[in-house]
Design a protein around this ligand. Structure first.
Ligand code: ZN
Length: 498
């Protein structure tokens, strides 16, 4: 205090002025000291709002986190008791797309001091990458070769494109794709590969497909064959030859060459060997070498059964592995419907009662009869049939008591999803003939120049059933193919007459 007073120079002021100045100086000093003393006791406080409580904040990489908005207020016991907003300066940035630790600080300064609270933001990556597989659109992929993948990609929030780091493994028909990001998060994806081989092997017969010689003048010697498969390669040694030729017994012999590839696709080709008797005749054979049935199809169809002749017929069909079609009714051995279906034949609807005057009375009556028969078929075979043949055929005139009924029914059955079949080869067994020989001749004559033949026979007629074995032998000998009717088969529709 004395040092400060020495600054005044008493000789420059009048005594009265000096005293006043002295009082002013003392007062100013007192105020200043008081302010300093009071400010020391003012207990300045800075109050932050919005500052996270934890020292370290953990945030997932790529999340929408934003740094907190922090505000501050200065408060004291004596001054500023109401609070005064302070300007907050934030320092530090956080890159939420990159894992790491980032420091954020908020600095405030005020009269007599400053404060800088700090927080650490830890950006972590616990999210695995995402693997996207391009869909496999092929129906099948041939097994055995490297899987020609339709493609995939992998992306990670932190690491970006990771496609190049995807590891693919194939076990059985499952492909597994695995990738991990820099933080060690692992992603996997799998797909079922449609490994399949729908292509059967091919058998090539050496020599003729049809061989003929006379008893005593020749001897059957297998000319040989080869077989190749798209995947298995040469499968010649897997071919089984079924059947045998008896050189001493005239007859028509069918040899079947059967081979299966490792995917279970089976191929059968046939060779027919005709052994003639010395007098030139062949039991069951017909001397007509000009007929070539290759590529021609015979659909054997039998109406109005099953009957007491049907078991014998099924035995013959089984012997030659020929599949036929049965348009069944309820009146006979309905128990045989199950066997017909079980042995690979087509079971189709003919009629429950086959009574023209009842079924063609009205559309309702027709469908009531059809539905009832189809229920029996369902019960015996496990499924309903979509195939039918109108009693009398679609061209029948017996229904003329109800004008236009066949025209309406033909349209209606198709509308309801059925397919109806007539025929283009008649055996004549419905009235024209009662002889097995004539049935045989009628059928042979009918099919020989047709690309496809729907043959009508009735398995309630014994003499007609008796002709079937000769028809089959003749057909196989001439290279025809026997098939059962399906929804894709030609319908051989007649012109409707009512
Ligand atoms: Zn009929």
């Amino acid at each position: 205090m004395s040092r400060k007073l020495k600054l005044f120079k008493p000789d420059k002021w009048a005594p009265k002025t000096r005293r006043t100045a002295l009082i002013a100086a003392v007062a100013a000093f007192a105020l200043f000291a008081g302010a300093v003393a009071l400010s020391l006791f003012n207990n300045w406080q800075v109050e932050f709002t919005g500052l996270p409580e934890e020292d370290t904040i953990t945030v997932e990489c790529g999340s929408e986190y934003a740094p907190p908005e922090v505000t501050a207020e200065l408060r004291g016991n004596v001054f500023c008791t109401g609070g005064r907003a302070l300007e907050v300066e934030r320092e530090g940035e956080v890159d939420f797309t990159k894992p790491g630790e980032y420091e954020l600080s908020w600095r405030v300064s005020y009269f007599g001091g400053s404060k800088t609270p700090r927080r650490v933001v830890r950006v972590v990556d616990t999210t695995p990458p995402v693997i996207t597989l391009t869909p496999e659109e092929r129906e099948y992929v041939l097994p055995g070769a490297d899987y020609d993948d339709p493609g995939y990609s992998a992306a990670d929030i932190a690491d970006g494109d990771l496609t190049a780091r995807v590891v693919r493994t194939i076990e059985g028909s499952v492909a597994t794709y695995t990738v991990s990001d820099a933080a060690g998060n692992v992603a996997t994806a799998t797909r079922e590969i449609p490994f399949d081989d729908p292509v059967p092997p091919e058998i090539t017969l050496k020599g003729e497909k049809s061989v003929t010689y006379t008893v005593g003048e020749g001897k059957y010697e297998e000319p040989g064959f080869t077989a190749a498969d798209n995947l298995d390669g040469d499968v010649t040694d897997k071919v089984e030859v079924k059947g045998a030729v008896d050189d001493n017994n005239p007859g028509v012999y069918t040899l079947r060459y059967v081979v299966k590839d490792s995917y279970g696709n089976e191929t059968t080709v046939r060779r027919t060997v005709t052994v003639r008797a010395k007098d030139g005749t062949v039991p069951g054979g017909e001397d007509s070498p000009e007929i070539d049935g290759a590529g021609k199809v015979i659909y054997l169809t039998f109406d109005d059964g099953p009957s007491k002749y049907t078991e014998k017929l099924l035995d013959v069909l089984k012997k030659y592995n020929v599949k036929a079609t049965f348009f069944v009714v309820k009146t006979g051995r309905v128990d045989l419907i199950a066997r017909e279906a079980a042995e690979g034949h087509t079971v189709a609807i003919h009629s429950l009662t086959h009574e023209y005057k009842d079924i063609y009375k009205s559309e309702e009556a027709y469908f009531a009869d059809l539905d009832a028969m189809n229920e029996i078929i369902k019960e015996k075979t496990g499924s309903y049939s979509k195939l039918l043949r109108f009693p009398g055929g679609s061209s029948n005139t017996v229904s003329r008591f109800n004008k236009g009924i066949m025209t309406r029914l033909a349209a209606l059955v198709e509308e309801k999803g059925y397919k109806y079949f007539d025929w283009n080869v008649s055996s004549g067994d419905a009235g024209g003939t009662t002889s097995t020989e004539q049935v045989y001749k009628n059928v042979i004559g009918g099919v020989k120049n047709r690309k496809y033949s729907i043959v009508l026979q009735h398995d309630i007629k014994g003499f007609s059933v008796d002709a079937v074995e000769r028809i089959i032998v003749w057909g196989l000998e001439h290279g025809f193919t026997f098939l059962p009717l399906t929804e894709e088969s030609p319908g051989a529709h007649f012109k409707i007459n009512n």
